[in-house]
Design a binder for this molecule. Structure first.
Ligand code: ZN
Ligand code: ZN
Length: 362
């Protein structure tokens, strides 16, 4: 028996989202139905709504969620009904060329549910990042369910499903930040602040937050920034050099995804340092760099996909750190809203008023 539940739908490019009835099939082989408890509002949801990802409307939005497994299909062994899980968009296949090389966090053939959720007239929905979690219950591949300690509230745990994991992982996994390192993070929204929190967790001793909004720089301090720089008032490259003995930072993280920011990261980095790109550029952007310096400065220019996370390894570990009071996930939650509050949350996000609005579903 399929079920009919309420979900947030983007029907057409740029049009306000609507809450509609969605038909969720029973889980087939390898699938699970998950009762969603909370789901964060991420920039990617807005990008889907604006047609910036692809044209496969209508979309079922939401992808940063935690909840409880309600039922599983044939052959599912990694989770069972009643398990408390964070949903991920990296259900690794184990067989692609990256998995076979022992790098499953790059898996090139991740799993999603085979069946489609639909509107009541039978129109197939495209779930955001293969999840679709602004909804009472969603259908996913069982590998997209990562069990974690149920003591962590869903409003906090769900955030690890996307943006906060991307930022933490940009510092910890991709940037490989270590004890005593200097780290500069450009862009102090949800992902950038998570990168700051990651650098702090990893033991960085100098953490420089760069933004053009003083409110965001104040937020950054709460996550562990030791220095802040308003790039509208101060040259960010010079500032970073001035607080790192003239050398530049060991790791510079671009959480904006703009060529000018990337160039600043490139220049603000110490010799043999690392640049990590975790902000998402738009398709029209081009990057220009002095090629001799790409060689001469050495080090690494890296991109971070989903924080190069391995959900089964990273989610339970980060929830443990949260439970121990070492990673303040609650601080990312600016407000909790109902399922009908997503459109307004998009506007607040565009105005830079919130780190995360989180939809809570009873
Ligand atoms: Zn794979
Ligand atoms: Zn996201």
């Amino acid at each position: 028996m399929s079920q009919v539940v309420r979900g947030v739908i983007a029907r057409a490019k740029g049009e306000p989202v609507t809450v509609e009835n969605v038909v969720v099939p029973d889980p087939g082989p390898g699938e699970a139905v998950v009762k969603i408890q909370a789901c964060g509002v991420c920039h990617t949801d807005l990008h889907y709504r604006e047609g910036g990802i692809n044209d496969e409307f209508p979309f079922l939005l939401g992808h940063e969620a935690a909840g409880v497994v309600e039922s599983v299909g044939e052959g599912v062994t990694n989770v069972a009904p009643g398990d408390y899980v964070i949903l991920n968009w990296r259900a690794v296949c184990g067989n692609c060329r990256s998995c076979l090389k022992g790098k499953p966090w790059y898996c090139f053939s991740t799993f999603n549910a085979d069946q489609k959720m639909t509107l009541e007239d039978g129109t197939e929905l495209s779930p955001a990042l293969g999840i679709g979690a602004f909804i009472e219950k969603t259908l996913v591949h069982s590998g997209q369910c990562t069990p974690v300690d149920p003591e962590a509230p869903a409003t906090a745990a769900g955030l690890l499903g996307c943006g906060v994991m991307a930022g933490l992982g940009a510092a910890i996994n991709t940037g490989d930040v270590g004890r005593g390192d200097s780290v500069a993070v450009f862009g102090c929204g949800g992902v950038g602040d998570a990168a700051i929190a990651g650098a702090y967790l990893a033991g960085a001793s100098t953490i420089i937050a760069v933004d053009i909004d003083d409110t965001k720089l104040e937020w950054a301090k709460e996550f562990g920034a030791t220095h802040t720089c308003n790039a509208n008032e101060t040259d960010a490259v010079e500032y970073i050099q001035s607080v790192t003995d003239g050398n530049g930072a060991d790791v510079c993280i671009d959480a904006v995804g703009h060529p000018e920011v990337y160039q600043q990261c490139f220049q603000a980095r110490d010799l043999a340092g690392t640049v990590v790109l975790v902000g998402v550029p738009n398709p029209e952007m081009k990057l220009e760099l002095p090629f001799i310096e790409v060689f001469g400065r050495g080090g690494a220019l890296k991109s971070s996909w989903y924080g190069d996370c391995l959900p089964s390894r990273d989610f339970p570990m980060l929830i443990d750190l949260y439970r121990q009071g070492r990673l303040d996930l609650d601080r990312f939650v600016s407000e909790t809203i109902g399922i009908d509050g997503v459109e307004e949350a998009f506007h607040k996000m565009e105005r830079g008023e919130v780190l995360r609005s989180v939809v809570v579903i009873d």
